[in-house]
Design a protein around this ligand. Structure first.
Ligand SMILES: Nc1nc2c(ncn2[C@@H]2O[C@H](COP(=O)(O)OP(=O)(O)OP(=O)(O)O)[C@@H](O)[C@H]2O)c(=O)[nH]1
Ligand SMILES: [Mg+2]
Length: 294
C-alpha cells in the first residue's frame, strides 16, 4: 500500500505535537511551559486512512538559533537528523500556526521549509490551532483569510488540538472535527508521488543537499557567515568548527547513512550498506536526543 509522507513544521509551542497526536492517535509529550518540548524531529508510526498509509514527521523549530537559544552546534546535528528522516521524500507539508497575529517566525518558517528546504515543490496547507473559541471554527479563517494571500497555501484549516485539563469534554469533539478536516486535506492536496530532496533518483547526494539546506538555514537564521559550509569542507570539519565535540562529530559522520553506504557497498559484505543504514538510524535518534538534552 502507498504511504503519504507529511512534514509538520511551525513555531515553538504552537501545537505541532498536539496536532500530530490528534491525527495519529499518538501520545508524544506536549506542554505549554516556557521551554520547547520536542527536541528532535520524530517520525510517527504510519496509520491507515482509506487505501493509503499516512506518516507524519514532527519537527523542532529551527529558527530558535536566531535568538541564540539553540546553539548552531545543535541546529546542525538536528538538521542532519531531519534530512536523514526525509530520505523517502514528502507528499505534503503542514505549516502549524496559532490563531492571532502573523509573526516574524511564521514568515521565517515558511521561507525555510517551503521555499528553501523543499524548493516550492511540495504543496503546503496551513493548520491554525487555538480556534476553539470560534463558532464555527471556520469563523477565524473567514475573517482573516486576506492576511494569508501572500503565502501559497492550498487550504487554511482552523482547529483545536488541545487535550486534557478542565476543558477536556469541550475539546474532544473539536479535536475530532479538526482531525477529520486535516485528514481530508491530506488526501486532497498530497502529491501522488513523494518529492525527494536527495537520493539516487534525484542525482543529488545527501552531502550536497545538506550543504545547500544548512547554508540556507545560516542565512535565514541570521547566523554569521562563518557558519556556512565551505566548498570541500567535510561534514566533520563543519561540525567541529561549530563547536560539536570531537566524539559526537566523529560518531555522527561515521553514521551518516549515505556516506556509509558509499563505503559499505564497496566492501565484500553483501548488503553491507543497507545494514549500516539501519544501524545508523537508531544511532542518530540517540545522538540528537543526547545533544538536545545536554
Ligand atoms: N487552547 C489550545 N491549546 C492548544 C491547542 N493546540 C495545542 N495547544 C496547547 O499548546 C501547548 C503546546 O502544544 P505542543 O503540541 O507541545 O506544541 P509544539 O508546537 O509541539 O511545541 P514544541 O515541541 O515545544 O515546539 C500545549 O499545552 C497544548 O495543549 C489548541 O488548538 N488550542
Ligand atoms: Mg512539540
Amino acid at each position: 500500500m502507498k504511504t503519504i509522507r507529511v512534514l509538520v513544521f511551525g513555531g515553538t509551542g504552537i501545537g505541532k505535537t498536539s496536532l500530530c497526536n490528534t491525527i495519529t492517535g499518538g501520545a508524544e509529550p506536549t506542554d505549554n511551559g516556557a521551554k520547547g518540548v520536542t527536541s528532535s524531529s520524530f517520525i510517527y508510526p504510519p496509520f491507515q486512512s482509506q487505501d493509503v498509509f499516512i506518516e507524519l514527521v514532527d519537527t523542532v523549530g529551527l529558527h530558535e538559533s536566531a535568538h541564540g537559544t539553540v546553539p548552531a552546534e545543535k541546529a546542525v546535528v538536528e538538521l542532519i537528523s531531519l534530512l536523514e528522516k526525509s530520505r523517502d521524500g514528502f507528499n505534503l507539508l503542514i505549516h502549524v500556526t496559532k490563531a492571532g497575529r502573523i509573526t516574524k517566525e511564521h514568515d521565517e518558517d515558511y521561507a525555510f521549509f517551503v521555499k528553501k528546504m523543499t524548493e516550492g515543490k511540495i504543496p503546503v496547507v496551513l493548520a491554525i490551532t487555538g480556534c476553539e473559541n470560534e463558532e464555527p471554527m471556520m469563523g477565524w479563517v473567514t475573517k482573516n483569510s486576506d492576511a494569508f494571500t501572500r503565502f501559497n497555501y492550498k487550504a487554511l484549516i482552523p482547529g483545536c488540538f488541545a487535550s486534557g485539563g478542565r476543558l477536556e469534554d469541550l475539546f474532544r469533539p473539536l479535536r475530532e472535527e479538526s482531525k477529520q478536516n486535516l485528514i481530508t486535506a491530506i488526501h486532497t492536496f498530497a502529491l501522488s508521488e513523494a518529492y525527494m530532496l536527495y537520493g539516487e533518483q534525484t542525482g543529488i547526494s545527501f552531502n550536497a543537499a545538506l550543504t545547500r539546506i544548512w547554508n540556507e538555514f545560516v542565512l535565514l537564521a541570521g547566523l554569521p557567515d562563518k557558519y556556512r559550509r565551505q566548498v570541500n569542507e567535510s561534514i566533520f570539519a563543519l561540525m567541529r568548527r561549530l563547536g560539536v565535540s570531537e566524539k559526537i562529530a566523529r560518531a555522527a559522520v561515521t553514521h551518516i547513512p549515505d556516506l556509509l553506504e558509499e563505503v559499505g557497498n564497496k566492501t565484500p559484505i553483501p548488503h553491507g550498506g543497507k545494514m549500516l543504514k539501519f544501524l545508523s538510524r537508531a544511532f542518530l535518534e540517540k545522538l540528537t536526543g543526547k545533544i538536545a538534552g545536554e
